[in-house]
Design a protein around this ligand. Structure first.
Ligand code: ATP
Length: 479
């Protein structure tokens, strides 16, 4: 086939494949494969040396299907013969774009376990007792009791805490055990990177030569076909070798609806333990524990009750409310009383204590309302918030809006990404985590948050109230 025809055919095949597989990992490879020749039955492509076997197993069958569709005849896509290694390069990995004398990068460092996330720090209650018992049993008898253990529930109820606790316990009580903690997002990024840069073998070695694998937020694997498939093989290899897997997700395996059935089945085959939002007594216990740990001066112990009653969605929300109340007391130099807690929380969560009907159904706000409230607070337009403009003040306003939208709507990161101008879910997730950390340590961030919330209350109660005076936000903006 002449070169021009070959290129045209190849572009059409790649386009067909891209539309069907739509996955970052495969997309990476589609862009580095090069067609070299074709006859009536075969189209030969050149692939980077270090990933030939992976491509042959995973990608070529799909490309052959696309080729057959596009060319309207059976056409198999195969690998062209590998070029002979250049003199002096024997044994080196052929990373695309890498200089020959450049050493392969070191494998990514393990994600550390958070020191505080231990069983001893975990407050028990009816909503988490079962999950806690299951996690402890697995930590005591890894690979024997329940495998995998699948912890699931809404945000902020302690799934990550329990996951890390299993890791801490295993490191302390089973010396020599190889433990690895990662998020599903890290797994995805490392996998994509391994494919693109330094070879899949090192990646497999890192994830398969361990005894305990702890993976957070596996819902992020959904709809990423190549990564899902790699995770499936990792899962099987570890399981067959008797290694323990502990996974967390924001829903039960059955509801991971955009994930392959075989992976959902694997997840559900061990023990599924749900964690629910904490009851009042647990919330109060968490607050007491945090206050003791931080030597906070309480003028009235009932202040904690006020916080526990006011905030009931998750332990994370309870902890954040405590931080805000303590910060307010110290900034205004006032004693930490029940009245002060009520005052602060009323401004942060306005309307929560009113009777239904007084406020517009007392329902959570929508993302559109959050955008409007943030735009008014920061005196920018909603288009600016959705745009790619990245000056410091606007970026902070955008991140804050993402954080409030996540808190208010509980919507998924991908959905929020779409609502915020078609951004990637990772951008939203990083923004939410960044803002969450920022408001823990920075009083002016708390003030900004309170102002957006106050504006949101007005926007929410009076949907047309978009022309009210903007509330000025703090001037020292964060990144
Ligand atoms: N029962 C508990 N006892 C003590 N602290 C808790 C408890 N549950 C949650 N926490 C604390 O609440 C915060 C949020 O918990 P964690 O990150 O584990 O939630 P999560 O369920 O994994 O949330 P996400 O799904 O958003 O990742 C952490 O600071 C954690 O230590």
């Amino acid at each position: 086939m002449p070169a021009a025809d070959l290129d045209r055919a190849w572009n059409a095949i790649v386009e067909d494949a891209r539309q069907r597989i739509g996955d970052q990992a495969w997309d990476t490879w589609l862009s580095v494969l090069r067609p070299v020749a074709a006859d009536h039955h075969e189209l030969r492509v050149r692939a980077p040396e270090h990933a030939r076997s992976w491509i042959a197993d995973r990608l070529l069958p799909m490309l052959s299907a696309s080729a057959t569709r596009v060319m309207e005849r059976p056409l198999e896509v195969v690998l062209a013969d590998a070029p002979a290694p250049a003199a002096g390069a024997a044994g080196q990995r052929g990373r695309p774009g890498a200089r020959r004398d450049e050493p392969a990068p070191p494998p990514p460092a393990d994600r550390p376990l958070t020191p505080r996330y231990r069983f001893e720090e975990f407050v028990l209650g009816p909503a988490n007792r079962f999950a806690h018992a299951a996690a402890l049993t697995v930590a005591e008898n890894p690979g024997i009791a329940y495998n995998p253990l699948f912890l699931c529930g809404p945000p902020g109820v302690g799934k990550t805490h329990l996951l890390h606790a299993v890791g801490h316990y295993a490191r302390r009580h089973h010396p020599g055990m190889r433990v690895r903690y990662c998020t599903a997002e890290t797994f995805t990024n490392e996998f994509t990177d391994a494919l693109r840069k330094h070879g899949i073998d090192g990646f497999k070695q890192r994830y398969r030569s361990i005894d305990l694998l702890l993976v957070d937020d596996v819902q992020f694997l959904m709809a990423k076909k190549a990564t899902e498939e790699e995770f499936f093989h990792t899962f099987n290899a570890l399981h067959e070798a008797g290694a323990q897997l502990v996974l967390t997700a924001d829903r039960i395996p059955h509801d991971l609806d955009r994930m392959e059935q075989r992976l959902r089945d694997r997840f559900a085959a061990g023990l599924v333990a749900e964690v629910a939002p904490p009851d009042l007594a647990t919330r109060l216990m968490v607050l007491r524990k945090r206050v003791t740990g931080q030597a906070v001066e309480l003028a009235e112990p009932a202040a904690l009750e006020e916080i526990a009653r006011h905030v009931n969605s998750s332990v994370r929300a309870v902890e954040a409310a405590l931080v805000r109340v303590v910060a307010f007391a110290s900034l205004t130099d006032r004693p930490l009383t029940r009245g002060l807690a009520q005052e602060v929380l009323d401004s942060l969560y306005p309307g929560r204590d009113r009777s239904p009907g007084q406020r517009r159904a007392d329902q959570p706000a929508t993302t559109v309302e959050v955008l409007r409230a943030t735009a008014l607070t920061f005196e920018v337009s909603e288009e600016d918030l959705l745009s790619r403009r990245s000056d410091k003040r606007l970026t902070w306003a955008r991140k804050l809006a993402m954080y409030v939208a996540r808190e208010e709507t509980g919507d998924s990161y991908p959905n929020l990404g779409r609502a915020f101008g078609g951004r990637n879910h990772t951008t939203v997730m990083n923004a939410v985590r960044g803002v969450s950390a920022q408001i823990e340590r920075d009083p002016s961030a708390q003030v900004d948050l309170a102002r957006v919330r106050a504006r949101l209350a007005a926007v929410h109660e009076t949907p047309s109230a978009t022309t009210t005076e903007p509330i000025r936000a703090q001037d020292d903006r964060r990144d």
